[in-house]
Design a protein around this ligand. Sequence first.
Ligand code: ADP
Length: 424
Amino acid sequence: MTLVLGCIADDFTGATDLAALLARSGLPVSLRIGIPQERRDRNETAAFEVIALKCRTVPAEIAVEQARQALDWLQEAGASRFFWKYCSTFDSTAAGNIGPIADMLMAETGATQTIYCPSFPENGRSVFMGHLFVGEQLLSESPMKNHPLTPMRDSSLVRLLTPQVNGAVGLASHNTVSKGMAALKARLAQLNSDGIRHVIVDAVCDGDLRAIAAASFDMPLLTGGSAIAGQLPQFYLEQGLVSFSTHRQTPPKVGDAPIVLSGSCSAMTRRQVANYAGKVASLRLDPIALSHQGASAALEWLRQQRADAPKLIYATAEPDEVRRAQECLGRDKAGQVVEDALSEIARVAFDRGTRRFVIAGGETSGAITQALGVKHLAIGPEIAPGVPWTFATVGGETIALALKSGNFGGEAFFTDAFDRLEAA
Ligand code: ADP
């Protein structure tokens, strides 16, 4: 099939979110975890190929190199348009990777200008006058200010991006976007003639996203969250750049034995864990204890549970507790012991017959899928906006994985997820 858009995502749940929104078009979407090692066979590519990296918090030069390899693969697979996907809350450290990767992708694809559009109105993320809002709060006043790895303490995307890129950062504000595609195109052209190659674009509703997609779908490089990407397929279809294949895939059958593994400390995940912990057997992990004893106590607990009974294992904690663990172990070590433990637990759960995994947390999902040896996911039914069930093969067995980034899904997400799979 014609590969119409090659996508690079900075983490795993970001990639599944993007894949889910592209899949709403009904066109085939393929998600590959890490730089694919297999041959770049143009006959086997989907309309949308998404490569999931785990580069959000690694040093910039490593992140850029990973993205360059992903780009090489996508170009060889036939892509000529590209999408650089990061979180709708613009997660990055001050030495962050969003800008350096965009600069490299622009240079390699010959893009003279690109847009930055993290808005995801359906999930409460909007950008107004260059400032990012989470619901009704500025990003810097939202729970994102306490994120364990990428605390967001500024809401101005111009200020956040400027130190990360070569050249000035411009803004196409809502005054322009709300006037529609032609006004936005004119604004982008004017900024380009002023030498401004990096443009933050306001969007507060899906109508804004449609205008932005109409004005920019043929740029060689677009950057942003999944919602702007979700608007692109209709333009590719209208332009005849891609068309529907004759059959749609039905989801494969997977064994039951469900487990929820949560390493996300985001506000919504904390509510989801509290909701689900009351319903199924659950175990809380303490990073400080894990740093002394590893996952042995948790594995013992797992072995005592009925293999087919639903269960929840989580390191999810309130900001105070996260801070305590980070002060004791250091930020990276605290995150690492949790990711290592949940990875080992996932492997043991698989060996004991678990085939349905719900994983909460972007970094956590990356670590667990890697530990399970998952390389390629087919995209299945959407559970909540941006969170689909996905299917993979591990040791010859089909497993279902729902990879949820921190703040996605409603309070009953874990129950909803398993119900959705039953209904598929
Ligand atoms: P989200 O999608 O919510 O951002 P991530 O999995 O990407 O979640 O990031 C959460 C990070 O916090 C992970 O590295 C995880 O290992 C770490 N973490 C989880 N629980 C704790 C805890 N109790 N203390 C400190 N760090 C934690």
